[in-house]
Design a binder for this molecule. Sequence first.
Ligand SMILES: Nc1ncnc2c1ncn2[C@@H]1O[C@H](COP(=O)(O)OP(=O)(O)OP(=O)(O)O)[C@@H](O)[C@H]1O
Ligand SMILES: [Mg+2]
Length: 286
Amino acid sequence: MSAYAAATGTADLEPGPGACATAVRPLVEFRGLGVTYPGGVTAIRDFDLAVGAGEFVVILGPSGCGKSTVLQVVAGLLRPTAGQVEVGGRINPPPGKDRGFVFQHAGLLPWFDIFTNIEIGLRAKGLSKKAARAVSQHYVSAMGLDGFGHRYPYQLSGGMQQRVGVARAFAIDPPILLMDEPFAALDAQTRLLLQQELLRQWEGSGKTIIFVTHSIEEAVLLADRVVVMARSPGSVKTAVTITLPRPRNEATRLHPEYLRLFETLWDMIRLDAQRAIAEPEIREPS
Ligand SMILES: Nc1ncnc2c1ncn2[C@@H]1O[C@H](COP(=O)(O)OP(=O)(O)OP(=O)(O)O)[C@@H](O)[C@H]1O
Ligand SMILES: [Mg+2]
């Protein structure tokens, strides 16, 4: 019996495409997840995926395939209409401090300065004002925002605001980080810099990251494993282990394996991406 089978109780079965790459009990596990929205749109059906502790999983798929829906279920912001997600041994848990969420748009509170935006979650965790300031100062610095702590969000560029969003999520030090296209709205150069910064922050941190993107380049650069979603409705189509060496940086994009993986993944999603343009959403028959 494989270690995976022993750990998951799936004695005679080979792990499926969404199976956890590590041979330990998954930290996040989706089992037969389904989400049908009140208007009748089935965003997710039979979604199975196991994510190991410390793993960096990227969910890749065309627009409308249900990526954000999956992430919102893990975050506890949305309840499944079928199946379940288990997070750290709890089934369909409500939002909690064990999970940090980085949205596509930073979502900062405009009436607070940058330090305070980062410290809100820390104060809610019970840290004193002084301790919270020490942590926020550390992350402001780590994100290259020295000197901006007392500015307000409107005084920062979009890229800087997004860095505050990432800093805020890291500052509360959750074991699980959920990131929904956090860099999608940024210009290409800022995006590259923030990808590097994210990798620097994550490597050696032991954190588990589930990162959503529709960018194949981003997926290959960041992931331990890329989970490709099929649409109509959303489910796991396949998972590809990214064997590129770490630490990764700009030079990684020149690695022959990078190009090979890019082509493999593009071949997998090409058809769905074309369909996503032609038929934006799938409805249950009424
Ligand atoms: N609140 C909602 N009510 C009804 N339908 C919804 C809702 N949110 C999403 N959907 C539908 O569910 C499907 C999946 O949406 P979702 O936002 O999860 O996709 P996505 O993969 O994140 O897309 P994108 O890459 O464009 O962000 C889509 O067909 C969408 O129209
Ligand atoms: Mg989305």
